[in-house]
Design a binder for this molecule. Sequence first.
Ligand code: GPK
Length: 841
Amino acid sequence: VESSIPEHMREAWKKFSPKGFTTKDEFESEAVKHIETTLARSLFNCDELAAYSGTALAFRDRLIIDWNKTQQRQSFADQKRLYYLSLEFLMGRALDNAMLNVGLKNVAKDGLADLGFRIEDIIAQEHDAALGNGGLGRLAACFLDSMATLNYAAWGYGLRYRYGIFKQEIQDGYQVEIPDYWLDFNPWEFPRHDVSVDVQFYGWVNKYTNDEGKQIVSWQDGEIVTATAYDVPVPGYGTPTVNNLRLWSSKASSGEFDFAKFNSGEYESAVADEQRAETISAVLYPNDNLERGKELRLKQQYFWCAASLHDIVRRFKKSKRKWSEFSDQVAIQLNDTHPTLAIVELQRILVDMEGLGWDEAWTIVTSTFGYTNHTVLPEALEKWSVPLIQNLLPRHLQIIYEINLQFLQSVEKRFPKDRDLLGRVSIIEESQPKMVRMAYLAIIGSHKVNGVAELHSDLIKTTIFKDFVKVYGPDKFTNVTNGITPRRWLHQANPRLSELIASKIGSYEFLKDLTLLNKLEPFVDDKEFKKEWAEIKYANKVRLAQHIQTTKGYSVNPKALFDIQVKRIHEYKRQQLNIFGVIHRYMAIKSMSPEERKKLVPRVSVFGGKAAPGYWMAKTIIHLINKVGEVVNKDPDVGDLLKVVFLEDYNVSKAEIIVPASDISEHISTAGTEASGTSNMKFVLNGGMIIGTLDGANIEITREIGEQNIFLFGNLSEDVEDLRHHHFYGDYKVNPELVKVFDCIKKGTFGDEGAFGALISGIVEHGDYYLVSDDFNSYCQTQDLIDEAYKDQDAWVTKSITSVARMGFFTSDRCINEYADTIWNIEPLDVAEEKEVRART
Ligand code: GPK
């Protein structure tokens, strides 16, 4: 490896390069050094935040050592790398994860105790890195964890938003959004002021023939914004690999910040230019499963794609290889269509800047990219208006047209009689204004397209991308069922359960090979084991009850059945079905005699999740949940039999408390709408049962854990279309039990009935698109079955253990290995030698 340090001076470097702490005393020494020097605090003013900061800096130092080595090792090995392009990385907290991954959490715990702190309090000081909305962003974070743990040479590329997803407060039952400024103190990022890319916008395209008779295309007179790299270390579990997540931050380019203006007194307009540039990476768009076509969002997408591609190409060019070897060195995965412009940008770099021929370049591009689709919901499929792209990215629009022309010509050759087909598969939608269909561009520019669960991958082939299956054949389309990292979602969130499992199967190896969980099955009848299993669940429920007590100010009974639905609020996810079911239960309780009530299973219904700020119906659902809670929770007829809790500001760190505490969790989307779901996997892995529809990964979870271990209900995906049709054209009647629920709301039982009118009329008058009424009976009956099943605690615990034992398939490690084998064509780096060196020192 090249170095600027002369050979004879390297000894001194080697002698003094830090090794990182391993003992408690070393940890304390590092932490105290950071508190007293880096932070300029002392024994007399070290609060928990300072103790967190010192601890984080001590662990950060450790990670950096491994991180530097990993990057050197990967450069030296010169293997193919994977780049994961995602507009969202929902990382959550880093300290606990770092401590567990390097195997020094106990060292830190004892060290912090010596210094006068409880480790849990210190961990809780950290601000979540919340650069994502929901499942898509958290999936990217789980993938980074697996890629590092499995020793793949893989980088994440994203945006360094100054504001992550907003913080949610509930005021008078309504959601209120608070900005999430999270960068005040972030020890986990490293500004790389020496790594920057100038990104261009607007301007015009100049085409001419040069002296040698060559066609030259130049994009000129645009506005330049600089992308600066901020690197975040991503440690693997029990391995020396620490990968890199590179996040781009925008600022006015130094050429752009107009000193002439500045000096001539136009201070304000000079500052305004600077602020406009910084706006690009200022804020995460808070929409989940929805696209709104805002210009700033398109700017974000291009800014991030261009910076990432130039960085990747720069790295490739250092290797001095031929362009034809590009895709032997580089694989790029597109997390949804948000980074589709990367396809166009690479083609532009190769053709306009590097002088390759169109076809040669296009072959390279299409063998480099893979595209993952995460939804079939039409409102989520990205389209950008042609005039918008024309103005912002004039050269890219030309390239898109050329890609489309060549593609359509090839289709026409193969299907000469099918004129309609050409219109249907065209990247350009012939609307007013014309629109660029990003998913089509992503398909055409990639060599593989995948869905995220079996049903979903089938659906994209038979619905939204059907015509492309005709054009390319079925092999371009594949499935990679989602997974989750068992490190965060079992070991970190539920340490006692992880420890119990390890004690039974002999080691913590299951955290790296989750299929080893199947060794638990022989213990399903072990009385002592079952008792401990149940105790752990109970302790986790007590912990959640305490969280409810401190955040909401009232108590819930941890012996009650905890029924939890936490995820983004969306009509297709059907939190409204859940709350209508709760009202139905409330009405039933009210009409019972005291004797009948005694036979009931007490229940705590927990909701949590954010609504997009502009999604009015989702906000109405939140409002209803809160209003029902206000009435039910103080009704003396009900007491402990039913409590309704809306937990504010659901995020990754709260999920780590909530997920281990569920008896039942709800995954109740209208069949065919939830691409996969990943919290379903988290809940089952923590010993909870599921109530769910035959949708997304619920289907595969059922196949793995067995039908007797899951509570399924509702209509099937294949029947949805007919049912919807029937709502409009048949003699459609709303389910009578649901009508009673609506009457109860309309009577004003939960306050101003007008507030919920739209929720009801959407079902009664406007076609019930999400089939709430069709599934209501089946849902309520299944809830009754759950009550019955819960009464037999012994059988319940058997189900719980059996399910966990069969969850091995749903690790994101399996998922990443599948991507690596079938899409990226990359292999893990061998780190055996590094491990050995480390064991010796
Ligand atoms: C899908 F299209 C989108 C989106 O914009 N945001 C998002 O979080 C989710 N998703 C799906 O809704 C989930 O079913 C899926 O598990 C997750 O992506 C990861 O694939």
